[in-house]
Design a protein around this ligand. Structure first.
Ligand code: ADP
Ligand code: MG
Length: 265
């Protein structure tokens, strides 16, 4: 097992381009990073891998439409008769010089991006209005955000004034050879049994368009291979992990199953 500078295990991540070097340069130069790409293609795993590699703690926040700036920065809580300040994950990451990862950042409410702005330019500060503190981010602190450009509607895409504050890295599904190796490793299923599933995934991804919002993710491929490895018949695993999660429409489902039959029999 690979270990990082602090002896912590580094989660497995198979690079598909220059993303590791890019991330290291960004960290060294105190630049925030934006990861773009479809669901389940390895963004979260990449961040976990890089944080461990750099020997920094990782604070991950899954953003959703109720997430407010206070959820990130912190708030006063009532304890006994007193009010005590509790840091949010962003504040904790700044204090520790950690990596803070905001997953699906476009889902968050508008006031969240306002908090991020002073952290993403050369001031690198986090003003905490409530406590009156202004934290200066230490050199090791790094802000990483991700979003999926595919399914968001126009209202939810990142504003240029926000996105132009990040170095951006585009992610996509790995090439077939690489994806086969990843799925085999993560599921324990033999390469020669994984290869046809990857072929099917790519055939299904080619159908992405009006009827399908998203193609089969690497994550779903791993689920499918895991079910087969556990003893479920391949047809059942394909239906449960590569067809049903993609659509609720019977006609589309039938088309996906036809593709499966033609591709892997
Ligand atoms: N390049 C890769 N190296 C190793 N594992 C990967 C890679 N890409 C995808 N995976 C696997 O796919 C799963 C889903 O990836 P994840 O990082 O959660 O996707 P995302 O954050 O892009 O939605 C991971 O848990 C991991 O098992
Ligand atoms: Mg993720």
């Amino acid at each position: 097992m690979t270990t990082g500078p602090d002896g912590m295990a580094v989660p497995f991540y198979a690079a598909t381009g220059n993303e590791v070097a890019l991330f290291e340069h960004a960290h060294r130069n105190r630049l925030p990073v934006l990861l773009k790409g479809p669901t389940g293609c390895g963004k979260t795993r990449f961040v976990a891998h890089m944080a461990a590699r750099l020997g920094r703690p990782l604070h991950t926040v899954s953003c959703h439409d109720d997430l407010t700036a206070a959820d990130l920065t912190g708030r006063y809580l009532l304890k006994g008769g007193d009010t005590v300040w509790a840091d949010g994950p962003l504040t904790r990451a700044v204090r520790e010089g950690a990596v803070c990862y905001l997953d699906e950042v476009v889902e968050a409410r508008k006031d969240v991006t306002v908090v991020l702005h002073p952290l993403t330019d050369d001031r690198r500060i986090l003003p905490l209005e409530r406590t009156g503190e202004t934290l200066e981010a230490p050199p090791d602190f790094m802000l990483v955000v991700s979003y999926n450009p595919g399914y968001q509607n126009i209202l939810k895409s990142l504003k240029p004034s926000t996105r132009q504050r990040f170095v951006a890295i585009s992610f996509d599904f790995p090439a077939p050879e690489a994806e086969t190796a990843i799925v085999a490793r993560e599921s324990g299923l033999e390469h020669n049994q994984v290869a046809p599933l990857v072929r099917l995934a790519n055939a299904l991804r080619a159908l992405k368009g009006q009827d399908l919002e998203e193609g089969v993710s690497t994550r779903l491929l791993i689920y499918c291979a895991t079910l087969i490895r556990s003893g479920l018949p391949r047809g059942d695993a394909v239906l449960a992990a590569m067809v049903e999660p993609l659509t609720d429409d019977d006609e589309v489902k039938a088309a996906l199953l036809r593709t499966a039959e033609l591709t892997i029999g």
